[in-house]
Ligand binder design. Structure first.
Ligand code: G
Ligand code: G
Ligand code: MN
Ligand code: NA
Length: 254
């Protein structure tokens, strides 16, 4: 059974859940938001991480169904947290080029987030892998349009894709998420550190901010702060957790 077929089946059977990895302010480790990560519940109850079906997630046939499922789960969780008076900050949802080229994301968001205040807590995280051509007009226009509606845009896995700096010329983004490959080389690797400090400077000029991914050690977190990077996520703080656990984390140190 291919991963596309099993993702397709899981979506039809309601076995895809949104889990949440905290994003923290490095200075005091307070939670400023979450990245929603999809998890598949296998028929025998095992939790399967998105890396096992990442390729399937980009398939034209299932991508928009997965994105819709994640956005509606996130909308529901945001409403529940709000109703409890919990300040969850921002929630980032991963989207693909397929979603952006489809041109329907704006309407979907209007339907799922009728409350504008909640829509303004949403970040769409676009991985560079999605850019096929050097200039993808449809993708650029879709992002600009969504941003005008008040949704924030993050460039995911920054620094690993093809011509990543080119994207900064063509897209307006709010967050740049530095790929974990750079964080992994900290604190000692000078090249990695210089690249991160450079990105912080570039982001500053663009009115964007940098989030470091894959923070696993205290030494990395301290080095990131030294380099001017204020926000991070990674196993040092927390793995992705179910919505109920995310709420408990917020109440404990949110
Ligand atoms: O959480 P995990 O390490 O399994 O994620 C693996 C990859 O899958 C990451 O690159 C992540 O961006 C991607 N991913 C996680 N959730 C989603 C999702 O809901 N949609 C898409 N398109 N990609 C996702
Ligand atoms: O590509 P994307 O950034 O969406 O991927 C997020 C993925 O990275 C998730 O699968 C998540 O489980 C994984 N991840 C999150 N934090 C860490 C970390 O500290 N170390 C490593 N190795 N992976 C991480
Ligand atoms: Mn991501
Ligand atoms: Na990433």
């Amino acid at each position: 059974i291919s991963s596309i077929e099993s993702l397709d089946a899981a979506l039809k059977e309601g076995r895809i859940e949104a889990w949440y990895q905290p994003v923290v302010r490095l200075a005091d480790r307070r939670i400023v938001g979450f990245e929603a990560l999809s998890r598949m519940v296998s028929p025998d109850g095992e939790i399967i991480s998105a890396s096992a079906f990442a390729e399937a997630a980009g398939d034209v046939r299932v991508a928009s169904v997965l994105t819709h499922r994640m956005l509606s789960a996130v909308a529901e969780d945001m409403r529940a947290w709000s109703a409890l008076g919990i300040d969850f900050g921002y929630v980032a949802v991963n989207v693909t080029a397929v979603d952006l080229r489809g041109g329907r994301l704006g309407e979907t968001l209007d339907r799922l987030f009728p409350d504008e205040r909640l829509m303004k807590r949403l970040i769409l995280e676009v991985t560079e892998r999605v850019y096929i051509g050097e200039r993808d007009r449809l993708v650029c226009e879709a992002l600009a349009h969504l941003r005008r509606r008040g949704v924030y845009i993050a460039l995911d896995d920054f620094g690993t894709g093809f011509a990543s700096l080119t994207h900064l010329l063509e897209l307006s983004v709010d967050f740049i998420k530095v790929d974990q490959a750079f964080t992994a080389r900290l604190p000692d690797d000078d090249v990695s550190g210089t690249i991160i400090a450079g990105l912080v400077a570039i982001a500053g000029k663009l009115g964007a901010s940098v989030t470091a991914e894959g923070v696993e050690t205290d030494a990395q977190a301290e080095k990131l702060l030294e380099l001017g990077c204020q926000v991070g996520q990674g196993f040092l703080f927390s793995r992705g957790v179910p919505a109920g656990e995310a709420a408990r984390l917020l109440m404990r140190h949110g």
